[in-house]
Write a protein that binds this ligand. Structure first.
Ligand code: AMP
Length: 176
């Protein structure tokens, strides 16, 4: 998996090393392995809905939901969902942004797995967990393909079950 993740320096802004997972997604066996890896820790957890975070989270959450025989619910950037929404602000490097979920997407007591491609600072995932809980649903866990351990995103998800398939301990291009 590490060999199929491409480091792109200074994207989308100078100083950021972007983890490009498109080579991983286009490799049939690796893609299947990623989906199986995300599903593995949650097979016995009676997940009702898989929440995917826009946009790369959608690519993964769909097949994960299928495998878990669960539904799929999108969390999107502000203004994209057509029906009534709940919103949650989260911190960016400069300022804040807004994530939204359809207000009727989850019922109280629904057991939810949150899926995204990368756990970085954890701000996006933490805001998504707050959105899910605002609707009265329960966060069973969060699953990521990559974790940038040096950004300590897990610390923003205390007490939650967090699974990642590959962890990077250092910033920098080509770091394994
Ligand atoms: P954060 O809120 O800092 O945990 O950022 C997580 C979100 O930003 C995820 O949806 C990722 O897709 C994206 N992201 C953050 N950092 C990177 C990175 N270095 N490479 C690729 N995607 C990233």
């Amino acid at each position: 998996m590490r060999q199929l993740v491409r480091d792109i320096a200074d994207f989308p802004t100078p100083g950021v090393v972007f983890k490009d997972i498109t080579p991983l997604l286009s490799h049939p066996q690796a893609f299947a392995g990623v989906v199986d890896g995300l599903v593995d820790g949650f097979r016995a957890q009676a997940v009702d809905q898989v929440v995917g975070i826009e946009a790369r989270g959608f690519i993964l959450a769909g097949p994960v939901a299928y495998r878990l025989e669960a539904g799929f619910v999108p969390v999107r950037k502000a203004g994209k969902l057509p029906s009534a929404v709940e919103g949650e602000a989260y911190a960016l490097e400069y300022g804040t942004d807004l994530l939204e979920i359809h207000a009727d997407a989850l019922r109280p007591g629904t057991r939810v797995l949150i899926v995204d491609d990368v756990l970085a600072t954890g701000g996006t995932a933490a805001a998504t967990a707050r959105l899910v809980e605002r609707l009265g649903a329960e966060v069973v866990g969060l699953a990521f393909v990559l974790e940038l351990g040096f950004l300590a995103g897990r610390a923003r998800l205390p007490g939650r079950q967090v699974v990642s398939l590959v962890t990077y301990d250092e910033a920098g291009v080509g770091v394994r």
